[in-house]
Design a protein around this ligand. Structure first.
Ligand SMILES: Nc1nc2c(ncn2[C@@H]2O[C@H](COP(=O)(O)OP(=O)(O)OP(=O)(O)O)[C@@H](O)[C@H]2O)c(=O)[nH]1
Ligand SMILES: [Mg+2]
Ligand SMILES: [Zn+2]
Length: 300
């Protein structure tokens, strides 16, 4: 069709979504079965069907897609065309075991760089006696492994300047457990928007799943920021075992050097990864994380 327009999906519901055109116009767009269901961040071609209405005619080829497992362990794509994934963690709610590593593997499998955001650092001064979780105690080790860790607070110093700089001119998604402050960070970067945030549960100390849909926001300084619903346990759909090993970048120099080409680096003889662990070239706790994820992979 000659008069189709290019736009980007801000939010996607079951049978329709909100698409923003280059000039900022927003259209409520219907989907068509033969075109498929766009997700947040998709670039689409739309045809106008009313003043504020349109129809999605094509989903442009995705550069990448971020997925997680739904309740039934099925792969569910929540956003597309990302430049970076911001994994948000906080002292409260404490990160669940392996959550950070599961996210890191998922992001590496997209071929893009994960960034770890430690939010609520104000708690370090207001609650200095609070015990830190193992995942947070390991943040310095993640920095040594080459990951970027940004420290932020929505309630005091150091604020969110580091995050503001990191998201400029790029498409980024905030992911993490419910209640770590993803929406609060979006609110800080977009003070004019009215973004819903929620208290932690008094009973469990966990987030209360305030955000229920994945939404893309246009940043005033350029770039796009996507807020996503929190998870308690980040469901990992089954990755290929080689993909899992590639999610641990420090394994790379030894990949392909094992005795068996299809080595899963668990109990196989002549494993170069295991030898590297024994020689202390790979950290033991990282290797143990890998083995746990491998095991979880089998359970999926
Ligand atoms: N002390 C402190 N509290 C914060 C900070 N950021 C957010 N919070 C609080 O943490 C709670 C949860 O914040 P949200 O922004 O709703 O968290 P979320 O990650 O979006 O949660 P879901 O939408 O459920 O996934 C709210 O009570 C916020 O006020 C922070 O930097 N410091
Ligand atoms: Mg939220
Ligand atoms: Zn091996």
């Amino acid at each position: 069709m000659s008069d189709s327009l290019e736009g980007r999906v801000l939010v996607s519901y079951g049978s329709h979504g909100i698409v923003e055109l280059a000039d900022g116009t927003r259209l409520d767009c219907a989907y068509r079965r033969q075109v498929g269901r766009p997700v947040c961040g998709d670039h689409v071609a739309v045809a106008m069907s009313g003043t504020h209405q349109g129809v999605v005619e094509d989903i442009r080829t995705r550069r990448n897609e971020f997925a997680r497992a739904d309740r039934r362990q099925r792969r569910q794509v929540i956003a597309a065309n990302l430049d970076q994934v911001l994994i948000v963690v906080a002292a409260r709610p404490a990160p669940s075991q392996d959550l950070l590593e599961r996210y890191l593997v998922a992001v590496h499998s997209l071929g893009i760089q994960p960034v770890i955001v430690l939010n609520k650092v104000d708690l370090e001064t207001s609650e200095p006696a609070a015990p830190a979780s193992p995942a947070l105690l390991r943040l310095p080790a993640y920095i040594q492994l080459g990951y970027t860790v940004l420290r932020t607070s929505c309630k005091g110093a150091p604020g969110t300047d580091a995050l503001r700089a990191a998201v400029r001119d790029r498409t980024s998604i905030l992911v993490g457990q419910s209640g770590v402050g993803k929406s609060s960070l979006v609110q800080r970067l977009l003070p004019d928007q009215d973004i819903q945030t929620g208290e932690l549960s008094r009973v469990t100390g966990k987030g209360t799943h305030t955000t229920t849909t994945t939404i893309l926001y246009r940043l005033p300084d350029g770039g796009h920021l996507i807020d996503s619903p929190g998870v308690w346990e980040f469901g990992l759909w089954k990755l290929d075992d080689p993909q899992l090993a590639r999610g641990f970048p420090e394994f790379t120099p030894w990949l392909g050097q094992c005795k068996f080409g299809d080595c899963r680096h668990a109990s196989e003889p002549g494993c170069a990864i295991k030898a590297a662990v024994e020689a202390d070239d790979i950290r033991g706790w990282r290797y143990r994380s890998y083995l746990r994820l491998l095991q979880q992979n089998e359970a999926v």
